[in-house]
Design a protein around this ligand. Sequence first.
Ligand SMILES: [Zn+2]
Length: 137
Amino acid sequence: MEKVFHFDSPREVYTADACVITCFDARFDQALRKFLKRLGIGLFDHVKIAGSAKPWAAPEGDADAEYLLRALRTSIRLHAPRRLVLIAHNDCGAYPGVAPEIVAADIARAAAFARKAEPSLDVESYFADFDGIYRVG
Ligand SMILES: [Zn+2]
């Protein structure tokens, strides 16, 4: 290996304030970071996947639903978050032509699935729109 960049990263293993699942759509990055800070979430395990927690809205036999669950459980095992935050967003490529209400309903269904799968977590679900972030469910 050849060092191409110098930066000192912390070596200490951390306890995460939350595990956060979002889409990878970068338009909402700034809003999400500020919103999470507002929620008191500074250090978090961030699972980014196209469509956010959409696979958990209809999880039966869905490989992505299993993948997401494994990611969440790895976060729990390594960094012991007490909260799970699920955030969907408007104009998501995983929901072409779908009304915001349908996308919001999916993130609420995903939250219900997560509560059942990991009852010890506080699960919150939100919908990011271009003018701010809305609580769902
Ligand atoms: Zn998206």
